[in-house]
Design a protein around this ligand. Sequence first.
Ligand SMILES: [Zn+2]
Ligand SMILES: [Zn+2]
Length: 353
Amino acid sequence: MRAAVFTDYGEPLDVREVDDPEPEPHGAVVAVEACGVCRSDWHAWQGDWEWRGLDPVPGHILGHEPAGHVVAVGEEVDGVSEGDHVAVPFNLGDGSCHLCRTGHSNICENRQALGLQPEAPGAFAEQVPVPHADHNLVTLPEGVSSVDMAGLGCRFMTAFHGLAHRADVGAGDWFVVHGCGGVGLSAVQIADAIGANVVGVDLMDEKLDFAEEQGAVETVNASEVEDPAAEVQAITDGGADVSMDALGIETTCRNAVKSLGKTGQHVQVGLTTKEAGGNLPLPTDEMVTAEIDFLGALGMPPERYDEIFRMVATGKLDPAAIITERISLDEVSGVLDDMTDFETVGIPVIDEF
Ligand SMILES: [Zn+2]
Ligand SMILES: [Zn+2]
């Protein structure tokens, strides 16, 4: 099969023929029809996440937002068949540990991060192997396309889990998201659908315009104001109810927390860069005295996808609306390059392999 193969940090991926994957006894192989290109791919490609064990080696295949059809299943698999139309959440669980059995398989004790660690080759390829297929494959509803659902493996569902399961976003609440890339734009659309008033914060007008299209009622260009958090405090007349840092750098994380009013909830979905090494300084005294909650959100358990599908079926959510570009496997390196300067807007999806 054709695959875009990692060679070295920051170097172009090598698009070439590699061996087709074989399913493990508990696994399956999916023919990839679409795969989003995500900032997490960029982080791994840069070598940002070595400290997390997410360190690609030469020969590794990145890509963690696939949708497609099942082409092979292992002998132990009984809930998935060849021909099933599926999405693959990047947070692969074993389906059997105590976290998987209690609804937290996104943080499974034996979790593998699809395409982000050497043991779990990814989907910048014609086919991707998926372990524990009965647990990890999400059957897509009738009538949706693989391209439209490509964001469901990562950004869209991560935003949904953060807002609908971790935080308690309610009708009329103010929600502010710092960073209007793929996950940030997804959060804008989802929070709007849940009934919140949404404020988008970014450095680029183009991304803020897109945030307004997705439902933001106010936006702040952080490059044009002295204190973006103070702007949000003014817009929301005392602070947002829920904030999100979609980026994982000190400035956006602090600004997001400082955008909150008392008893606010902060959702952290962005993971840090090599410089931060997993640690960001926070205004902890303010968080204590204002009783701020700090909530981590990682991916989403596959068994909760039906919640998204019900809202897609009724037109309340439209993951496809955030997809801005369709590219070929040969163009992935160029997109990763563009991400270095935050030049991509919305979600680019590979649909030609
Ligand atoms: Zn992703
Ligand atoms: Zn587990």
